[in-house]
Design a protein around this ligand. Structure first.
Ligand code: LLP
Length: 415
């Protein structure tokens, strides 16, 4: 728990606002973010990298609310996007297109057009076929597309297999052994301009060494290219720095940044990073209310009004999120399975949590700012949660709770 979420007389607060007041005003389930926590995380990054030319491209997939994108844009951030939809979001949030990098293995022609029209900083290209398509689309538009290749350095990120991306067997990036050949091909294409190199090895990394191993491998290629006359302007080392959910001990932002700067010492390329989770993860919680307590023979269930559609990480990755009572009670705690109302056994938010609960109690699922709302769905025709940003003593509704009418507005009954 960061100090932006803290207890005052047994009541859990976000900055100076009681979470109970937010639940009262906006209902539950509800995501709550701390503006100070977001700002603080971004500033730590920017300060730690200030010694060299850099661009911090917030990874939009981790949390794409316009208010959060706008906040980062005003702090000076660029953005890492993976779809045309995310591009439209960052532009709507006031971001400068020339601070956007576009990652992803499956960019469509329409997405390429959108990005070329907007004038993004760089396409992170992930295959030979994508180079061909981008060259063709840029040619049709009379434009030159700035590109880097996403190289797969084949290092083990030592993280959950679903979020590890830098191994040979992953679908991401260009095989290390093929990278130079493809760079030579790209350098000869009429409508592309080779500007950088990119790699991203996975998410929720809790050690520095894989990042450095990846950087070192990539730099060998950068030097080889320079030797052949292809001089790169930037180096994008991706995102992936982990956060503390439970008892993990990830490096601090400063330690991580220091290590990257060390690996790049004496080099002139601009450094790009694509952090997501570390900027937003611990800046948000998911507020939920206990609907029913259901004692069982073997386990006691606390059925809450948030579910796997609101926060998918436990069901999908068996991920741990701490669960804190919004009002600490002196009553005796017991072990609960904290579950949602969805008709799936996988719909759980926490196993065997020691809590003192009553029907109606409020709970906060901690560290839910990253890959929470952005991965939510409407399964079981559940409207998506509201989102609130706390700023000091103020609470701002930054996304209204969805209505059921919105959910089926586009559907048609046939004759
Ligand atoms: N850059 C690229 C190309 C990425 O694919 C990702 C995340 C990032 C940057 C940001 O990584 P971060 O700094 O947030 O670790 N849904 C999963 C995480 C999936 C990460 C996908 N890629 C989860 O909830 O743990």
């Amino acid at each position: 728990m960061t100090h932006y979420f803290h207890y005052q007389q047994d009541q859990l607060f976000a900055e100076n606002v009681a979470l109970a007041d937010i639940a009262e005003k906006f209902g539950t389930p509800c995501y709550v973010y701390s503006r100070a926590a977001l700002t603080d995380a971004y500033r730590q990054f920017a300060d730690a990298l200030s010694a060299r030319e850099h661009l911090i491209c917030f990874s939009v997939k981790s949390n794409s609310n316009l208010a959060i994108l706008n906040l980062f844009a005003r702090l000076g951030a660029g953005f890492d996007i993976v779809s045309g939809g995310e591009l439209q979001r960052v532009l709507a949030a006031g971001a400068a297109a020339n601070k956007v990098v576009f990652s992803g293995v499956g960019k469509t022609e329409a997405e390429m057009r959108l990005a070329l029209d907007a004038g993004i900083w760089c396409f992170n290209v992930e295959s030979s076929a994508e180079l061909d398509r981008l060259n063709e689309v840029a040619g049709q538009m009379g434009k030159i597309a700035p590109i880097s290749l996403r190289v797969n350095p084949d290092v083990d990120a030592k993280t959950h297999p679903y979020i590890s991306t830098g191994l040979k067997q992953n679908k991401f990036g260009i095989a290390y052994a093929e990278a130079l050949t493809l760079y030579r091909k790209a350098a000869g294409m009429a409508h592309l301009r080779v500007t950088g190199m990119d790699c991203h090895i996975g998410s929720q990394l809790t050690e520095i060494s894989p990042f450095i191993a990846a950087a070192e491998k990539v730099l060998v290629l950068v030097d080889q290219l320079a030797h052949e006359g292809v001089k790169l302007e930037h180096l994008d080392l991706g995102g992936g720095l982990g956060i503390r959910y439970d008892d993990e001990t990830p490096p601090s932002i400063a330690e991580y940044a220091q290590a990257l700067l060390g690996a790049l010492q004496g080099r002139s390329e601009k450094l790009i990073v694509e952090p997501g989770r570390v900027l937003v993860g611990n800046a948000g919680v998911l507020l939920t209310r206990v609907e029913y307590l259901k004692p069982g023979e073997e386990k006691h269930f606390a059925i809450v009004d948030a579910a796997m559609n609101d926060l998918m990480r436990p069901a999908l990755y068996d991920a741990y999120h701490a669960i804190q009572p919004v009002n600490r009670s002196p009553a005796v705690a017991q072990k609960y399975e904290v579950v949602g109302p969805i008709c799936e056994t996988g719909d759980f938010l926490g196993h065997a949590r020691e809590l003192a609960l009553d029907q109606g109690s409020l709970l906060a699922l901690m560290s839910a700012g990253a890959y929470g709302m952005s991965m939510s769905s409407n399964y079981n025709t559940r409207p998506r949660a509201a989102e609130v940003m706390v700023d000091g003593s103020h609470m701002h509704l930054i996304r209204e709770r969805e209505t059921v009418a919105q959910l089926f507005a586009g559907e048609k009954i046939i004759a």
